[in-house]
Design a protein around this ligand. Structure first.
Ligand SMILES: *Cc1c(COP(=O)(O)O)cnc(C)c1O
Length: 223
């Protein structure tokens, strides 16, 4: 097995069976993705629209692409034909744009609502109250081509393990509140995407069932 495939194998071996691994391949070349692919991995995350499209066009069709970065509304129609899921929905406008682009391509797109719980102002996302206000309008009834599958979030970028845990617990409890209020009968609203290379073990302890791991698999990124 090549090194990348080996590292994916090792991570998966230590994850509970219900936790999905998204291999975050942003800034890494197609050859690295193919090494993971040859080891059997199929789910990859990218954070820039042009990079995702360029990779998706030239790599195998059975790769499941997840968009995980901040998505500008003017890039939505370029990425929608290629993605299984957009994890980083952070505005009503973006959600509507994704629905429209999905209509144009006759292709339903899975989305996660991004929650902002971290200390850093620079991170994107909704507060729980904002999502509550958005869903309370009944907007989703009119957006038939997006499927809201759950939430995504990041913990604060700090060393303090307690703060990280607190952030992940806030994301988990926001998921539970939304599930109870708006998605109780929707078994597809079932994804809690949280945890990256340095904090995914804590995230899984706090209820994550989708982790997004780049550096541990592919090495440091060269920006
Ligand atoms: C880059 C990125 C990751 C992966 O981070 P690593 O520390 O390399 O594992 C996960 N989630 C999001 C939203 C990212 O932008």
């Amino acid at each position: 097995m090549n090194d990348i495939a080996q590292r994916i194998h090792d991570i998966k071996a230590n994850l509970p069976g219900n936790v999905e691994l998204v291999a975050v391949s942003k800034f890494h070349p197609k050859e690295a993705i193919m090494e993971a692919y040859e080891g059997g991995h199929r789910v990859f995350g990218e954070s820039r629209a042009n990079e995702l499209v360029e990779k998706a066009r030239s790599l195998p069709d059975d790769i499941e692409w997840h968009f995980i970065g901040h998505l500008q509304t003017n890039k939505v129609s370029t990425v929608v034909p290629y993605v299984k899921m957009i994890q980083s929905v952070d505005s009503e406008r973006l959600l509507i744009k994704i629905n429209n682009a999905a209509c144009d391509t006759s292709r339903q797109v899975d989305v996660l609502l991004q929650l902002h719980v971290a200390l850093e102002e620079t991170k994107f996302g909704f507060t729980l109250d904002e999502i509550d206000a958005l869903l309370g309008t009944g907007l989703l009834d009119r957006l038939n081509m997006v499927k809201v599958r759950g939430v995504m979030g990041m913990a604060s970028n700090v060393d303090d393990e307690n703060r990280i845990r607190q952030d992940f617990m806030a994301i988990k409890s926001a998921f539970d509140a939304l599930k109870g209020k708006y998605f109780a009968d929707d078994s597809d609203f079932n994804i809690i995407s949280m945890g990256m290379s340095h904090d995914y073990e804590t995230a899984v302890e706090c209820g994550s069932n989708m982790v997004r791991i780049g550096t541990t698999i592919f090495g440091e990124r060269e920006y």
